[in-house]
Design a protein around this ligand. Structure first.
Ligand code: TXA
Ligand code: MG
Length: 317
């Protein structure tokens, strides 16, 4: 497909250099990660963080995730405990975020952590973003690159459409590998999952050799700042439906559904990982096609299905 957006840049020596220059000047850039695309800025700079909140129209009380190249680079900013080390060794770099205690001496901008004494840290695996992180001497605050409460972007074009020419650099990293935001696990007390993701509680339990509480679907323990409505295409959405009116978009899962004009299949093969990857792309497509209502079939509540159900629930609320 032809790239009609001049701010979507192919990753090469020149654009890497330009991106680093922008970030060092406390400017904001769009970057790919393995989960969703993000808006990146210097996490040590109030100026950068202000820009991120302003362009996203994000409530100040909703803290950002700080992205590092590796665990050794976090040592001045956070308290590193055993659980973090164990999970890091098995799962990182990868799609998981850890809420940990912040050190008093930390240089992380207070604005990015909503003045909490905890901070969320993540080590993304996307190769391009890792090269960028490696070359900087500060970590990056990277929220998903969408306006607050909207649908996270899963490719560079989504980011360009969301922010138009307000962003000068969006690094093209193709389609995001997972298409769903990272698992957020709180390690500051008894380990518990605040936001389910592709890495599930069973896997985490095995690594830590203890039970990990998972937010129940009805009373999800949200990260502090997150709004009830989230991940939303802003179209009325009904969940657990068995059919849809022909003028409504119908999001389905599995091969038993016929290919109709208004039908959007998350995965014909009933594969939950594929469904996760397709979810936000389908939300955006339905929005572009101007549907006024969405019906969604029941999605199995297991594995990645737990994360998909979480996002659907927020999108529908
Ligand atoms: O996959 C991801 O995590 C993506 C990519 C770009 O890395 N980023 C992302 O960031 O999803 P964002 O800002 O859209 O979501 C961050 C989530 C929010 O729910 C926020 O409340 C939570 O992390 N969070 C951040 N700091 C926290 C803290 N100290 N305690 C609890 N939750 C926190
Ligand atoms: Mg987000």
């Amino acid at each position: 497909m032809k790239n009609i957006y001049s701010n979507i840049l192919k990753f090469n020596k020149n654009t890497l250099f330009k991106t680093l220059r922008y970030l060092k000047k406390n400017k904001i850039v769009g970057l790919p990660t393995e989960t969703v695309y993000g808006l990146a800025g210097n996490a040590y700079s109030n100026e950068s963080i202000k820009k991120i909140y302003s362009i996203k129209k994000r409530p100040k009380k909703n803290p950002l995730i700080i992205h590092y190249y590796d665990l050794s680079r976090t040592s001045k900013d956070i308290k590193i405990d055993n659980d973090l080390v164990k999970l890091y060794k098995k799962l990182c770099p990868g799609p998981i975020t850890f809420v940990v205690k912040k050190k008093k001496s930390s240089k992380i901008s207070n604005l990015s952590t909503a003045k909490l004494n905890t901070v969320a840290v993540r080590f993304p695996s996307n190769k391009k973003t890792r090269i960028i992180l490696k070359k900087l001497n500060f970590p990056l605050a990277i929220p998903s690159a969408n306006k607050s409460s909207g649908v996270s972007p899963v490719n560079a074009k989504d980011v360009a459409e969301e922010f138009r020419n307000k962003l000068k650099i969006i690094i093209d990293g193709g389609d995001a590998k997972f298409g769903l935001e990272s698992t957020v696990i709180d390690l500051t007390n008894k380990a518990r999952i605040l936001r389910p993701g592709v890495i599930g509680n069973i896997k985490i339990s095995k690594i830590l050799k203890k039970k990990i509480s998972l937010a129940k679907s009805q009373k999800i323990i949200r990260s502090p700042g997150s709004l009830k409505k989230h991940y939303s295409p802003n179209i009325p959405m009904k969940l657990n439906q068995i059919k849809a009116k022909k003028n409504d978009a119908f999001i389905v899962f599995g091969k038993k559904y016929k290919n109709r004009k208004n039908t959007f299949n998350l995965s014909k093969k009933s594969n939950l990982n594929e469904a996760a990857k397709n979810l936000y792309r389908i939300f955006r497509k339905i929005k572009k096609l101007n549907y006024k209502k969405i019906s969604v079939v029941k999605i199995p509540y297991k594995g990645v299905g737990i994360a998909i159900n979480d996002r659907l629930k927020h999108a529908a609320s």
